[in-house]
Design a protein around this ligand. Structure first.
Ligand code: ATP
Length: 230
C-alpha cells in the first residue's frame, strides 16, 4: 500500500474573507513525490499553497500534516518541517550570498551541495546575481533546512529554460531523497518532466487530476482546456 500522505487537503476551501477562492480541494503529497499544480492566472494556485502551509485558515475542510489534522500557523508548520518558497524571491539584495545563507541559518556547504555553481558567487551581493542564481540561493536555503515537505510557488517565473531545468532537477533530486514536494508551475512541459502527479486548478476547483504520464498523454487536451498558452 502507498505510504500515507505527508501533507493533504481534504475538502479544503480557502480565501480571503469573502467567498472562498478555492473550493473542496482534495490533494495529497507523499514523501518522495512531486505533485504539480497547474492552472491559469487567478485560478487559486497561490491560495492553495498558502492554505496548505498554514498562512491562510481554511474556510471549510481540513489540512492534514504529518498524519493529523492541523490548524497550526505557518511558523509552527515551518518549525515542524514544512518549507514554503513564496513567489517573490526572498533574497536580500544588499547582502552577499554567504550572508543570505547565514540569515536563513543555512550552512553554505549544504547550499553548495545542491548548487555547486554558487561557490564562485558566495561573496557577491545577491543583487548582482542573475534571477536564476538568486532563485538557487532561495531554493538551496529552503532545502538546507532538510524539510519534510517543500511548497514552492512559481520557482521558475521569468527564468531562462536552462535555469528552469536546473532548479527543477534539484527539486526532483530532493524528492528522490524523500522530500514531499508541491510545486506551482507555469512551465507545463518542464514541470511534467519531474512530476509524479498533476492537478489542474480552474476557477478554484480541481478541473483535472492524474499521474504525470496521464497528463503527458493528454497534454494537449489538458493544456488547451485549462491553460492560457502552454
Ligand atoms: P497567479 O498565477 O496569477 O498567481 P493563482 O492561480 O496563484 O494566480 P491566486 O493568487 O491564488 O491565483 O488568486 C486567486 C484569486 O484570489 C484571484 O481572484 C485573486 O484576485 C484573489 N486574491 C489573491 N490574493 C488575495 C488577497 N490577499 N486578498 C483578496 N483576494 C486575493
Amino acid at each position: 500500500a502507498a505510504a500515507p500522505p505527508v501533507l493533504a487537503a481534504h475538502g479544503l476551501s480557502a480565501g480571503y474573507g469573502g467567498a472562498p477562492v478555492v473550493r473542496r480541494l482534495d490533494i495529497q503529497v507523499r514523501a518522495g513525490e512531486v505533485v504539480v499544480l497547474l492552472g491559469p492566472n487567478g485560478a487559486g494556485k497561490t491560495t492553495t499553497l498558502l492554505a496548505l502551509a498554514g498562512a491562510l485558515a481554511p474556510q471549510a475542510g481540513e489540512v492534514h500534516w504529518a498524519g493529523s489534522a492541523t490548524a497550526a500557523p505557518l511558523h509552527r508548520r515551518a518549525r515542524s518541517g514544512l518549507s514554503l518558497v513564496p513567489e517573490d524571491r526572498s533574497v536580500i539584495m544588499s547582502l552577499t550570498v554567504r550572508e543570505n545563507l547565514r540569515v536563513g541559518r543555512c550552512d553554505p556547504a549544504l547550499a553548495l551541495a545542491t548548487f555547486p555553481e554558487l561557490a564562485e558567487h558566495l561573496d557577491r551581493r545577491a543583487g548582482l546575481l542573475s534571477g536564476g542564481q538568486q532563485q538557487m540561493v532561495t531554493l538551496a536555503r529552503a532545502l538546507a533546512r532538510r524539510p519534510t515537505a517543500l511548497l514552492a510557488d512559481e520557482l521558475s517565473l521569468g527564468l531562462a529554460p536552462q535555469i528552469v531545468t536546473r532548479l527543477l532537477t534539484a527539486v526532483r533530486a530532493a524528492a528522490d531523497e524523500g522530500l514531499a514536494v508541491l510545486l506551482v508551475e507555469q512551465h507545463v512541459r518542464s514541470a511534467l518532466t519531474i512530476a509524479d502527479h498533476v492537478h489542474v486548478l480552474r476557477h478554484g476547483r480541481l478541473a483535472w487530476s492524474g499521474t504525470a504520464a496521464e497528463a503527458e498523454a493528454n497534454r494537449d487536451a489538458v493544456a488547451s482546456a485549462y491553460l492560457p498558452l502552454a
